[in-house]
Each structure stands twice: as structure tokens, then as C-alpha cells.
Design a protein around this ligand. Structure first.
Ligand SMILES: Cc1cc2nc3c(=O)[nH]c(=O)nc-3n(C[C@H](O)[C@H](O)[C@H](O)COP(=O)(O)O)c2cc1C
Length: 141
């Protein structure tokens, strides 16, 4: 974060659907953000399924875009529903792509994780798994 410019947070939401509660929670977080904070939202809906053969030919444009957004952000906010006691595949897939070398952009980024769900545990299990994936990419939680 450069002096006087505030903090830029990149939010990555694990639900793609229009009426998503997690997207709604993210909108609420954006409304309530403190002064000086900018929250940008990543679009992970067009990222292809991870394939090492594809990566060997170069990152697809939506992945390049996401990696650039992550690199430019001061901090990350994962917003995740819980799917089958885990995080949704679309979110894990985006993390998998972005975490690959060279210059993996997660390194040293502070991360916050939130989620909305109807179950008694909220999204606790998804959050824990998301935290594990984030820490593997050497984020600081
Ligand atoms: C494939 C699938 C698996 C789900 N598994 C869980 C689960 O393990 N625990 C839970 O509390 N809710 C589970 N749900 C319910 C979702 O958390 C709920 O639909 C939530 O609203 C999805 O987030 P969204 O509204 O942001 O799209 C599951 C939903 C789907 C589609």
C-alpha cells in the first residue's frame, strides 16, 4: 500500500449465480467499507478448468487478468459459499490457476474470508478449506 492512496482490496466470489447471497454479502461489505478502501470484484466465471497442458502454452486471458488484479491489490477478500463441506470448484479452480508460477501473485497478500450460507455452520467448513488453499500460496491470514 503506498502512502496516502488508501488500500485496494480484490474480492473473489465463489458463487457465479445472479441471485447469489454471497454476492449480496459482498455488495453489503462494499457499502460498509471504511473510507480510503477500494474493493474491486474479480470475474472468475470465464476461467477455464485448470489444465497443466494449457498453462504450459501460457495463461488464458481471464487468468492473466485475474493474476494482474491479484498482483495489483493490497489485500484479498474471498467470499465463499459452502458446497459439499468445501469451497465451490469455481473458486478453487481460480485459486489453482492464479497460484501457478512464475511470479505467483498471492505471495505475502493479506487475506480475509467471508461467506453466506443457510446451514447451521454458516460457511465455516468452506472458509477453513479456502484458508488452507490461501495459506498454501503463502498468503498471510
Ligand atoms: C452443489 C451444492 C452443494 C452445497 N453444499 C452445501 C454444504 O455442504 N453446506 C451448506 O451449508 N450448504 C450447502 N449448499 C447450499 C449453498 O450453500 C447455498 O445454496 C448458498 O446459498 C449458495 O451460495 P449463493 O447463494 O451465494 O449462490 C450447497 C449448494 C450447492 C449448489
Amino acid at each position: 500500500m503506498s502512502e496516502g492512496r488508501g488500500i485496494t482490496v480484490l474480492a473473489i466470489c465463489g458463487s457465479l449465480r445472479q441471485g447469489s447471497f454471497n454476492k449480496a454479502a459482498l455488495r453489503a461489505a462494499i457499502e460498509e467499507k471504511p473510507p480510503g478502501m477500494t474493493i474491486e470484484t474479480a470475474d472468475i466465471g470465464s476461467i477455464p478448468l485448470y489444465n497443466e497442458d494449457v498453462r504450459a502454452l501460457g495463461f488464458p486471458p481471464p487468468v492473466e487478468r485475474l493474476r494482474g488484479q491479484i498482483a495489483a491489490a493490497d489485500a484479498l477478500l474471498f467470499v465463499t459459499p459452502e458446497y459439499n463441506y468445501s469451497m465451490p470448484g469455481v473458486l478453487k479452480n481460480a485459486i489453482d490457476w492464479a497460484s501457478r508460477p512464475p511470479d505467483q501473485p498471492f505471495a505475502g497478500k493479506p487475506v480475509a474470508i467471508m461467506g453466506a450460507g443457510a446451514g447451521m455452520a454458516g460457511t465455516a467448513r468452506a472458509n477453513t478449506i479456502c484458508a488452507g488453499a490461501a495459506s498454501f500460496s503463502t498468503c498471510t491470514r
